[in-house]
Structures are given as structure tokens and as C-alpha cells.
Design a binder for this molecule. Structure first.
Ligand code: ASP
Length: 490
């Protein structure tokens, strides 16, 4: 007869508070023989019963162990599949959150589990620069889906919520600001870009930089950095859709993915990226489609790669100018960028007028009305650069003039009449209407006019990103032909 001693199991599954979490007789009545002397820790089972018993234990043992871990905060010493080849996570890297900016007892982040200590070897160094946003958001009633205040937790508090970070990187942090991203201004873009350029040029030991940011303006800041960070080291911008102290915060997993990406040698030369929901997206293409988890995408251009449990995996690389190829040096730039307005074209639209003329206007349009054409042409005559971009940002207009050349419509500075139907024509990718119609319909008196400065056609950029490229490009030139070249390169 076989004999199984239950204490073999119970002794291994005692919780640290000594509460026996064991298969007691009342829990497992079927395990006991019809033996009035049967004791929980010393039971004789017949062979037939033992097979059944073993099967049942195989099922319940993991549940029991999980129960213990949940009670004590302990984590199994068994190797974690994702830690293979990587150092384990040290203890005491998960200090209490919720102190400081959000430190009231009712305003605390979920407590991360303590993970046993282990020596850590050399790991890539990553600097986390925190700017605020929902990823640093504190819920009025923690653990709920209710109202919260973005930009409440500090960089250290956000980092403390991700005990796994040290497994992948030696993390440092800086608090750049702590605001909702709607409060981020172009002046702050410049300051942030300067800071990152400085630290990447001075700190050869840094593998990369992560910027935590609100999601409302995340794609704009990321694209500005994409254009102006003149380094090939990875810079990753990350946010969250759920606040740090709310129900199911996504910030911790997003931050982990961002740090893993910034620490990855595979990310070198890929430009500024956004990591959300394990997706690695070029900052040039990133867009916030909706305010829910999974709301960030790269539109038609898709993802550069993914953060997988096995590692950071890239499938594509951006080929437009970025990083060390960028010509946009902010060193000599004032903290005020040239003013660029963003307008919409719509049925019945009549265009815009300004009391004080901006340097440029980006118009979100698929084609001007007659009146809009007249209005924007008048602005061009006054020296305002006019650029057109599809509202979707997904259009690639057939820009004329050959590779890298100016658009067909734009080259004809002599007369608006010649621009009718130009810039790719109706047979082109569909963006022609904006330029061609604008110029062509307003051409009546063009013969007596000085040459009309060409219009800039935007390829595959959202209007709000086209505005940012225009602001940056205007620090180099105000010539629409040169600006068009820049728009074809970045
Ligand atoms: N209002 C927040 C912000 O942009 C939204 C977010 O982070 O998701 O800062």
C-alpha cells in the first residue's frame, strides 16, 4: 500500500504568518480513508486512491501557493521565465507610493509586491524625465474610475510602482515638470529638448532616455523631440490612460516597456519613439485615437516593433531624417518659435484673416472652397507660408518635381492660373485639390501680380504635426521652396 504524508506538502506551503493554508480534512474529505484514526498530517491511502489524490493535489497546489504569496507578498523563488538571463529584482525597490505630492492615506497608489533581493550585475543606464500627465495622476478616491488630478505623483513614486525596472535597467530620474500635458507649451518643448540633448551628449554612460508625459499632447511633444534630438540614442515618450492610483493603472506596464525599449541596443538609431501598450511607434506617426487603453497607434504606418516578454523586437525603422541627421539645432534658437496657426477647411468655408499675421498657416483640408482659395492666396501674397495637410494625416500627395523636389503647384510661382489642377492633379493621391484649387480659382487678376509664393504640400503628417515641423523648419528658412524640401525629408 502506498503512503502519502500530507505534511510533505503542508510544510512547504505554510504562509509566513503561520496560518496553515493546508488541505485540512474539512477541505479535502475525499482524501481520507475510512479510517477513524486518519489525521491530516499522517494518512494512509490505498494505491487506487493515491493516483486520484496526486491528480487533485497537482490542481490545488498552485492555488494554495498563490494563496500564500498573496497573503505574504512573497514571490516564488522559481526562475521567472522573463528573467532568464537577466538579474533578479532586488528587494526594497518598491517603497510605499503615495507619499509626497499624493501622500494622504486616502490617496495612495496600489502597493507593489516585494520581490526577493538578488545581486544585480551591470545594466544599461536609463534616465527617466517626468513631466506629469495621467501616468502621474492621483485619483480622488483611489482604486476607482472617478476623477483624478494629472501630474500628482513624483518621478520616484511612478518608478516605485514598477519593481521590475531594475531587472532591465539602472534607472535614474529627473522631475522636469508635473503638469497635465495640456499645460505643456512650445517653450517647454525647447527646454526639454535642450535638456535631453545636453544629457545625451555629456553622459556617454546613458543608454537612453524615457520621458513620462500626459497623453493629450504626447504625440506633439514626441514629434518635436523627434525633430530636435540630435542623437541616435533611444528616447522614448510614454504615458498612461488610467491614473496611477486608479483602477487598473496602465502606467506601470507602459513605463516598463518604455524603459526596456530605451535600454535596448536594437532601439539605437530609431529616433524618438512612443511606447504604449507594448507597441513601439515612431514619434512621427504616433497618434492618440481614443482615450482608452490601446488608444495609441501609428496609423497607416503601423508599429516599429513590440515589447514582448522575450525582449524588445523591431520590425521596421524610420528612414526619414531624424536623430543625428537632424539639422535643427536649438542651441541658437530663442525660446519662442515662429508662430504657426492651424486652421480647418470645410464646406462653405471662407478662409481666415488675422489681426497680426503669423509666419505660417497649416490648413487641414482635402480641398479648398473657392473663397478659401482666395483667402489663403491673399495670405501667401502677404508673405505668410501656407501649407496644406489632410485632416487624417494619412495622405501622401503626389508632390511634383521629382524626388525631393518642390511640388508641381509650388514651382509655379509665376501665376496662379498655371497651378490649376497641378500639385499631383486629381489623378494624384487626392491632396491636389487643396493646392491646385486654391491657386487656380483665385487667378483672375494674377497676371498683374508679383509672383505668388508657392504653397507647401504636407506628406503624411497630421496637421498638428505639420504645424510643429513648420515651426521648427522656419528657424532655418522662410523660403517656401526650401520649406517644401524640408517637408519631403523629415
Ligand atoms: N489630461 C491628461 C494629460 O494629458 C491626460 C493623460 O495624460 O492621459 O496630462
Amino acid at each position: 500500500m502506498g503512503e502519502i504524508r500530507l505534511h510533505m506538502f503542508t510544510s512547504n506551503i505554510n504562509c509566513s504568518n503561520n496560518t496553515p493554508f493546508l488541505p485540512q480534512k474539512d477541505l479535502l474529505p475525499a482524501f481520507y480513508m475510512n479510517n477513524s484514526n486518519a489525521q491530516p498530517h499522517r494518512s494512509r491511502l490505498n494505491l487506487a486512491a493515491s493516483a486520484f489524490f496526486t491528480t487533485i493535489l497537482a490542481i490545488i497546489l498552485p492555488i494554495i501557493v498563490a494563496g500564500c504569496a498573496a497573503q505574504t507578498g512573497a514571490v516564488s523563488a522559481k526562475p521567472n521565465p522573463i528573467s532568464t538571463g537577466l538579474p533578479a529584482v532586488p528587494a526594497a525597490i518598491a517603497p510605499q507610493m503615495g507619499a509626497g505630492a499624493a501622500g494622504s492615506a486616502t490617496n495612495r497608489a496600489p502597493q507593489p509586491q516585494q520581490i526577493p533581493a538578488a545581486p544585480l550585475g551591470p545594466r544599461p543606464k536609463v534616465l527617466i524625465i517626468a513631466t506629469g500627465g495621467t501616468i502621474a495622476g492621483a485619483q480622488e478616491q483611489p482604486g476607482t474610475t472617478g476623477a483624478y488630478r494629472a501630474g500628482s505623483l513624483t518621478a520616484e513614486q511612478i518608478i516605485a510602482s514598477v519593481p521590475e525596472l531594475p531587472r532591465y535597467a539602472d534607472v535614474e530620474s529627473e522631475q522636469f515638470s508635473n503638469v497635465a500635458s495640456t499645460a505643456i507649451t512650445p517653450a517647454q518643448w525647447i527646454a526639454l529638448s535642450r535638456r535631453i540633448n545636453k544629457v545625451l551628449s555629456e553622459r556617454k554612460d546613458l543608454a537612453g532616455v524615457v520621458v513620462t508625459h500626459g497623453t493629450d499632447r504626447l504625440e506633439e511633444t514626441a514629434f518635436f523631440l523627434y525633430l530636435t534630438i540630435r542623437s541616435d540614442k533611444p528616447v522614448v515618450v510614454v504615458g498612461a490612460q488610467h491614473p496611477a492610483t486608479g483602477l487598473s493603472p496602465d502606467g506601470p506596464i507602459n513605463l516598463l516597456g518604455a524603459v526596456r525599449t530605451a535600454a535596448s541596443t536594437a532601439a539605437v538609431g530609431k529616433g524618438v519613439m512612443v511606447v504604449m501598450d507594448d507597441r513601439i511607434i515612431s514619434a512621427r506617426e504616433t497618434r492618440k485615437n481614443y482615450q482608452r487603453v490601446g488608444g495609441f497607434s501609428g496609423g497607416d504606418m503601423g508599429l516599429l516593433g513590440v515589447v514582448a516578454s522575450s525582449g524588445v523586437e523591431f520590425f521596421f525603422a524610420p528612414v526619414r531624417k531624424h536623430g543625428s541627421q537632424s539639422e535643427f539645432d536649438l542651441a541658437g534658437v530663442d525660446s519662442v518659435l515662429p508662430r504657426v496657426e492651424l486652421t480647418f477647411s470645410y464646406p462653405g468655408g471662407t478662409g481666415v484673416t488675422f489681426d497680426t499675421l503669423p509666419a505660417a498657416v497649416v490648413v487641414a483640408t482635402t480641398g479648398f472652397t473657392r473663397a478659401e482659395g482666395t483667402s489663403y492666396q491673399a495670405l501667401r501674397r502677404k508673405g505668410v507660408v501656407v501649407a496644406t495637410a489632410f485632416p487624417s494625416g494619412d495622405n501622401v500627395t503626389a508632390v511634383g518635381g521629382g524626388e525631393g523636389g518642390p511640388p508641381a503647384g509650388a514651382t509655379s510661382a509665376t501665376s496662379a492660373t498655371s497651378a490649376t489642377g497641378a500639385n499631383g492633379g486629381r489623378g494624384g493621391a487626392g491632396g491636389a485639390g487643396a493646392t491646385g484649387t486654391a491657386a487656380g480659382t483665385a487667378s483672375g487678376s494674377a497676371i498683374d501680380q508679383p509672383p505668388l509664393p508657392p504653397q507647401v504640400t504636407v506628406q503624411h503628417l497630421t496637421p498638428q504635426k505639420a504645424r510643429i515641423l513648420m515651426m521648427v523648419a522656419l528657424t532655418k528658412t522662410h523660403d517656401p521652396r526650401e520649406l517644401q524640401k524640408i517637408f519631403l525629408q523629415y
